[in-house]
Structure formats: C-alpha cells, structure tokens
Design a protein around this ligand. Structure first.
Ligand code: PEP
Length: 253
C-alpha cells in the first residue's frame, strides 16, 4: 500500500502568530476528524519550524517539512539553511525543486541532485517537485521534459534512497492560477512518472513511491484527483492556508 499524503506548502505566508493559529486549528481538526491513514505534512517558513513542531510533535498523523535547503554541508552561505540544521530542529521532510525555486532562484536539475543527496544524508525525506510550463505542455514535449527533471535529479540514487523520496507532479500552468489539471491529464502524467521509475528501479519500487498532484487543488476537485489510480495525494499551496479547506482536502480520499 502506498502512503497517502497531503502536504501544505505555506510558501512565504503567515506571521508566526498566524502560522501557530493555523497549526493549532489543523492539529485539532486532524485529531477530531481524520481517521484514515493519510500522512499530513506542514511546510511552514523556516522561522516557524521550531514552534510549529512544538504543536505537532505529539500528533501521529502530522509531520513537518521545510520548503528548501542548501546543497552544501555548512559554511559561508549567508542567508541559507542546511539540511543538518533542519534535521536538528525535528524536521522530517524537505520540499525540493518547487517551480518557484527553479524559476526565481534558477535552481537546476544538477543542483537539485545535490540537494537530494544532502537531504537524504541527514535523514530528511525529499518531496521532489517536477512539472512543465504551459509552453512545454502546448508544444507537446511535457512527458520528456518531466522525465528529464526526474532522471537528472533522482536517477543517481540507489534503490534504498529512492524509496525515501516523495514525488510531486505540479504543472506550472496550474499553480496558483485556479486552473487545475483534469483528472485525465493528472493520471496520464502520474502513470508516465511511475512507468519511468519502474524502468529504472523495477515495478515493485515504483508501485510503492507516493506521487502527489499539485496545482490549484481544492476541496471541490481533490476527491476526483485523489481517486485517480496513480495519484497518492496532493501538495497544496493556497488552500493549505485555510484550515477548513485543508482539512476537507485531507478528507477527500
Ligand atoms: C504549490 O505551489 O505547490 C501549489 C500547488 O500551489 P497552489 O495549490 O496554490 O496552486
């Protein structure tokens, strides 16, 4: 059985007070309302992590993620955060390769391969994001594009390390735009990704990797997306900032 996951990426939103209020609401609602085996992951900004951890640490269902880490061990990288630092404050996951990081911070597939390695070396589970722009979708090369993102950043890993990675397919044209991929589009790409993993690591490994969908996922479309055979949950941006919407998405399996 693949792990079902709903992860909330808060991006650069919320003051500390707002973030802690949101966390408390989510913790209470998850305790009261969620009786499935879904793993809930919260990815607040770095400066919230320690205090958010204080609120979620007793929850069996909720884990903590960072939104990024640096690819180096330590040193003179002003303003950066290392994987070791994240692990030292109790973080369990790290989102890597989000399209906003690729676009605004020029992160490359090669750099992301290094981030994946340093995350795994510090016992953080990477949530590796991939996905094509509208231009690439429209020119028809999206399967090749996403396959290259995955093979360039992940295929140097051995089987045991690959098994720790969560993949998030996030078509850029659907992120924050209100335009969701159809269930057919989502299922098609998730199946392509799983097949690619099967070719490299074998069907058993591929069958057990969680592949999340991201891009304008909300309570109204989550049930049909999560019902797709190869969609194992969602990476949620905007709707993760409202506790009720986030909970309704979690309950959509
Ligand atoms: C995201 O940024 O990962 C995302 C999926 O955002 P949204 O849900 O707002 O489209």
């Amino acid at each position: 059985m693949r792990q079902k996951i709903v992860a909330g990426n808060w991006k650069m939103n919320n003051t500390l007070d707002e973030g802690l209020k949101l966390t408390s609401e989510i913790v209470n609602m998850v305790n009261d309302e969620v009786n499935t085996d879904v793993r809930v992951i919260l990815a607040p900004p770095f400066v919230h992590l320690t205090q958010v951890r204080g609120l979620v640490k007793d929850s069996e269902k909720i884990s903590l993620s960072a939104q990024n880490c640096n690819e180096n061990d330590e040193g003179a990288f002003t303003g950066e955060i290392s994987a070791e630092m994240l692990a030292s404050v109790g973080v369990q996951y790290v989102i890597l390769g989000h399209s906003e990081r690729r676009e605004y911070f020029d992160e490359t597939n090669e750099q992301l391969a290094k981030k994946i390695d340093i995350a795994l070396a510090n016992n953080l589970k990477p949530i590796f994001c991939c996905g094509e722009s509208l231009e690439v979708r429209e020119n028809g090369l999206f399967k090749e594009f996403v396959s290259n993102q995955i093979s360039d950043s992940l295929f140097h890993l051995g089987e045991e390390d690959l098994k720790k990675v969560v993949i998030a397919y996030e078509p850029i044209w659907a992120i924050g735009t209100g335009k969701t991929a159809s269930t057919e589009q989502a299922q098609e790409m998730h199946a392509v990704i799983r097949e690619l993993l099967a070719e490299r690591y074998g069907a058993d490994v591929a069958e057990n990797i969680s592949i999340l969908y991201g891009g304008s996922c909300k309570p109204s479309n989550a049930p049909e997306l999560f019902a797709c055979k190869d969609v194992d949950g969602g990476l949620i941006g905007g709707a993760s900032l409202k506790s009720r919407d986030f909970l309704d998405i979690i309950k959509s399996f």
